[in-house]
Write a protein that binds this ligand. Sequence first.
Ligand SMILES: [Mn+2]
Length: 543
Amino acid sequence: MSYDNWTYQSRFPSEIIGAILRNRHITETDAFLNPKYEDLISPDIFKDIEKAKSRIIKAISDNETIGIFMDYDADGVCGGAILYKALELMGAKLEYYVPERTEGYGLNTKAIQFFAKKNTKLLLTVDCGVKNHKEIVLANESGLGVIIVDHHQLEDTLPEAVAIIHPKRLKSKLELDLSGGGVAYMLSRAILNDQAQAKWLIDLAAISSVADVVPIVGANRTIVKYGLIVLNKTRNTGLKSLYKVSGLDNKNLGVYDIGFVIAPRLNAAGRVAHPKDAFRLLVSENKSDALEIAEKLNHLNSIRQEKLAKSIKEAETEVLKTKQESDNIIVISGEWHEGIIGLIASRICEKYFRPTIVLTKLDGFLKGSARSIRSVNITDLIGCAKDNLLSFGGHVQAAGLSLRKNQYKHFLKIVKFEAAKIDKNQFIKNLYIDALISPKQLTLKLAEDIEKLQPFGVGNSRPVLALEKLIVANIKIIGKDSNHLKITVCQDGVSHQCLMFDYQNKNWLIKVGDKVDIAFNLSVNEWNNRKNLDLIAEDVKKS
Ligand SMILES: [Mn+2]
């Protein structure tokens, strides 16, 4: 069993889809099932949007150079590429700068000097900027007006910018959550006269949204839904090349392909080499250049995967060696590539279901990345030790930090002390099940209706259903590495087949003849023009 507890959000509902929508507090069923592009929020709702638009138009008509500075992750480079392409279509003279991870997050002096030298008069900061007070003063002094296009948490005072386009700065009280690329997409819609041109850029906004794990509800649901339609027939030369080298050609792309194939390749450049390549790929219009960059990114991604697999093993050994598996917080340090410590933290946090801080030793100091479970605010927890840190910042479930080596002992003592106050009940791993159903409700029609709730992702996960008191008739080990199971279960003469992936890591104790409850995802599988039900087990327990 991989969960400590199952919670049924409904039992034997007569209308399963209705129950799922109710569990998710979705009241506007029609708008949810069929979001229309035309209903996507208007860029006019952003404060400063007119100021941004008129300054950009002035720059283009005065033939001024416009600079684009962006964050180095997949969200940042997609956002940067959206605005680069939009401005290119408008005939703007452009320069861009993608910082390396080692330059740190946000606008920096080196970049400002670069733009000043290129005689840039207007600078857009994408997926960063709201925290760069000092740098924006410096930019202004260097003759650069700045438009901030960001979605990171706003502070009480804002930098001296020409305009700040941000989802928390709206003319109305609407609650809006967008990725950095999502905000860039709104600005591109505001400046482009031809809205058909804007529509073709929504593919990059969808990649941003999935890569930055914003909840796929509301405006983000519309962006991802239409973004996937455009991704499936993209005109982006770079993306086409990326599909070719990563096996996505002629595939019907979904959220999974963005999250597990496209975004990791765009991020790979920033994690183990120069993130500029990811941006260059997205704006390239030359087929052979694009193919060359795509191949490079694909290769960098496999290097990253190898490094990650090895580092995760080392990190797990460290957790066991330091006996922290059941501690309220796991803190480990080692010599890992700083570009992947967040990925390591996320894997350890997932495995042990504990807030996790992973530190790596750099020249004279430690750099760390933290991930947490939903109920523990990791940034607040780390903040308790702020006197022993050089820097820190983040969100509820993810944070970054740095400290001097000689601060480590005190830091560790404080976070362990603070974490000891967390109620152990927070570490009970709960599986939320949308509906407990009866075997006769399990039909192809149900599976097809569930597909209409797509796109799935954070904030709208694939529904989990459950069946109870089934007899296990057969268990077959499958897969290249013998790590999956095909389980046949029956009840009242009806039998179903169910797949369990990676069973060795799930404390599997079930035998043939056992009476079990299964929690699963349902999907449709098409094979030889025949549609079949696919049950993918999330968990199986004895009844
Ligand atoms: Mn972002």
